[in-house]
Design a protein around this ligand. Structure first.
Ligand code: FES
Ligand SMILES: [Fe+2]
Length: 350
């Protein structure tokens, strides 16, 4: 019997670099860094990025000081001026401020700047890119672009941040998030209780949307009755998840809240930088704020449990089992895995 392995050891790592560099990635909402000096930090592959409010102007940059490489920020989020702790270089109002500038007589220090990345917005969502092959709008496509913009206008802010090293390859973690085939066995007391229907997949370029109804009539009725408390716009009824190729998912039940999950690759083939942020929809009326808050708190708790269940099973799958070729055996419920691999395979041979 043949041993199952791929001779291209850990293809997940070999394509991750290209995917990180060539695509736009959603990171947070503008409202999360609303005030001057607000920042958030993310890790991807071997670098860290900071998304920052510079007096109303949003910038995204490499966390390393351009002088001799000290990290500006160590916390995941906060409110602080950009000022290097080593020799005092700072940045504000679009300008780098160099301590004792006069002493730089033998180099052109005026050329120094933060190492900035590209920034763009879809509604309130902030995206960054390193060296994108296309505009954000083109990458997302009209339908997803418009949906994200509309969704972001309904959100009141971030209610929960859940961040840890997901101990599997990023592609394995993502594929798990893309298929509902595992739900009955892995999420017995959580997601499976909704009895989600097979639903429909919409393939939109490399991105996709899965929309499914809630088969558990009692729960569905209860959720429907909650609609009056939330301002959900045109949110899909039931469960929906939008996959933003290559690393992100935005999922929701009835539009009451949205969970943005990033599965950013690390340099280790069996570790992924996982962050999920839970955004609550606005209350339909200020009288309902308490009900909304209680509901969001219980959603946050439930989501954490679901992600942990996914994490535990993904840990069992070694990175070397992943390839951008289609799996030999696949259920109709794994359609999006095939689509994802096809999108990845374009980058496998470059
Ligand atoms: S390393 Fe930042 S000022 Fe020197
Ligand atoms: Fe799952």
């Amino acid at each position: 019997m043949a041993i199952q392995y791929t001779d291209m050891a850990c293809e997940t790592i070999s394509i991750a670099n290209k995917l990180v560099s060539k695509y736009w990635h959603p990171i947070c909402l503008k409202s999360e860094i609303f005030n001057n000096n607000d920042f958030m930090r993310f890790e991807i592959l071997g670098f860290e990025l900071i998304v920052y409010n510079d007096n109303g102007h949003i910038i995204v940059f490499d966390n390393l000081c351009p002088h001799r490489g000290a990290r500006f920020f160590m916390d995941d989020a906060g409110k602080e001026p950009i000022r290097c702790k080593y020799h005092g270089w700072g940045y504000s109002n679009g300008r780098l401020n160099i301590a004792n500038k006069k002493s730089f007589t033998r180099c052109d220090v005026t050329a120094a700047d933060l190492n900035k990345f590209h920034v763009d917005f879809c509604g309130d969502f902030i995206f960054f890119a390193v060296d994108p092959i296309q505009s954000l709008k083109k990458q997302l496509g009209g339908r997803i672009y418009d949906s994200l913009a509309e969704i972001s206008s309904q959100l009141s802010g971030c209610s929960d941040v859940n961040r840890y090293f997901f101990e599997s390859a990023w592609a394995i973690a993502l594929e798990n998030a893309l298929e509902p085939y595992h739900i009955p066995l892995i999420h017995v007391d959580t997601l499976a209780t909704l009895q989600l229907t097979e639903g429909e997949n919409f393939f939109l370029g490399n991105n996709s949307i899965w929309h499914s109804r809630i088969g558990n009539e009692r729960l569905d009725k209860r959720l429907r009755s909650m609609k009056k408390y939330f301002s959900t716009g045109n949110a899909l009824e039931g469960y929906s998840s939008i996959f933003i190729f290559p690393f992100s998912m935005l999922s929701s039940t009835y539009g009451f809240s949205y969970s943005l999950q990033n599965f950013f690759p690390s340099l280790q083939d069996n570790q992924t930088y996982f962050t999920s942020r839970l955004y609550s929809a606005l209350a339909a009326d200020s009288r309902y704020q308490e009900v909304v808050d209680a509901f969001i708190q219980s959603t946050a708790k439930m989501n954490r449990k679901i992600f942990e269940e996914d994490h535990q099973v993904c840990k069992r799958i070694p990175a070397r089992t992943w390839t951008s070729k289609p799996p030999k055996y696949f259920s109709d419920l794994e359609e999006k895995v095939l689509h994802f691999r096809k999108s990845c395979s374009v980058w496998a041979d470059i």
